[in-house]
Ligand binder design. Structure first.
Ligand code: CAA
Length: 251
């Protein structure tokens, strides 16, 4: 699971893992093979019972500067279709455990989309977010026109996608793209604190809650509420529910 491009560390006592994207020379540009490595690292951790929450981070200078332009410049539509990065994005979307993106430096194009596919985004003060694809004669292709409006609304999305201009971490916080902005030296500490809190809760409840929140992006309210109700009821089949409620009543 560990490679030179992807560093994985697991803290078994806290039940958290950190996946670090480590291609600094290319600012973590997302080639097919690199995205595949990211997916495989996340998928392996998703199946590891010693891990309940995952942190995804990059280097100080870049979380990821987008899809690898070198691999795209001579592509045809059929070539893009055959490359099939879509399946990898879908695979990352289907990770059951919560993923906290800890973003330092550039999160542009596919890098911004990678952060948005995570469940929580913590940003260092030096983080820069944007969808600059329009400057390359293309448009976002991994969720930039779909996830971004659900997070920040139509008008801000249009501005980012149509101008290609990037925004600072503080602006990203103001428009609701990120959860918190932190001094760089505090970024991973805060991500680990938050991940440890999440990882300390019932694994089943955490994963069902994540699944339910994500369904709200795909379903109408009535179907979403029905889905939520089933996941809520499932929590009552866990020992944690009995233990935690029993402990509360015995206080
Ligand atoms: N693909 C391939 N290589 C990239 C890259 C990318 N997306 N971003 C940066 N790099 C490479 C550069 O080519 C350079 O490599 P060399 O040293 O070999 O020349 C190295 O990383 C460092 O980059 P810069 O010298 O450009 O560094 P900078 O500090 O001057 O600028 C930057 C940083 C503003 C992020 C600039 O590199 C940049 O604009 N990158 C492209 C960002 C972009 O357009 N991303 C969208 C890609 S398309 C996409 O993502 C589609 C999608 O929706 C999935």
């Amino acid at each position: 699971m560990d490679s030179a491009n992807i560093l994985v560390s697991i803290n078994e006592s806290k039940k958290i893992a950190t996946v670090t994207l480590n291609k600094p020379k290319e600012l973590n540009a997302l080639s097919y093979s690199f995205l595949n490595e990211i997916f495989e690292a996340l998928d392996t951790l998703d199946k590891n019972e010693k891990v309940n929450c995952i942190i995804l981070t990059g280097t100080q200078r870049a979380f990821a500067a987008g899809a690898d332009i070198k691999a795209l410049v001579d592509q045809s539509p059929i070539g893009i279709w055959k490359m099939n990065m879509y399946d990898l994005w879908q695979g990352i979307k289907q990770i059951k455990k919560p993923i906290i993106a800890a973003v330092s430096g550039f999160a542009l194009g596919g890098g911004c989309e990678l952060a948005m596919i995570c469940d929580i985004i913590l940003a260092a003060e030096n983080a820069v977010f944007g969808q600059p694809e329009i400057k390359l004669g293309i448009m976002p292709g991994a969720g930039g026109t779909q996830r971004l409006p659900k997070l920040v609304g139509k008008h801000k999305t249009m501005e980012l996608v149509l101008t290609g201009n990037s925004i600072t971490a503080v602006e990203a916080l103001r428009i609701g793209l990120v959860n918190k902005v932190l001094p760089l030296e505090m970024l991973l500490h805060e991500a680990e604190t938050m991940a440890s809190t999440i990882a300390s809760h019932s694994t089943v409840a955490v994963q069902l809650a994540k699944e339910s929140v994500l369904k709200s992006f795909d379903m109408g309210l009535s179907d979403g509420l029905a889905f939520e109700r089933r996941n809520y009821m499932t929590c009552f089949d866990t020992s944690e529910q009995k233990e935690k409620m029993g402990a509360f009543l015995k206080r």
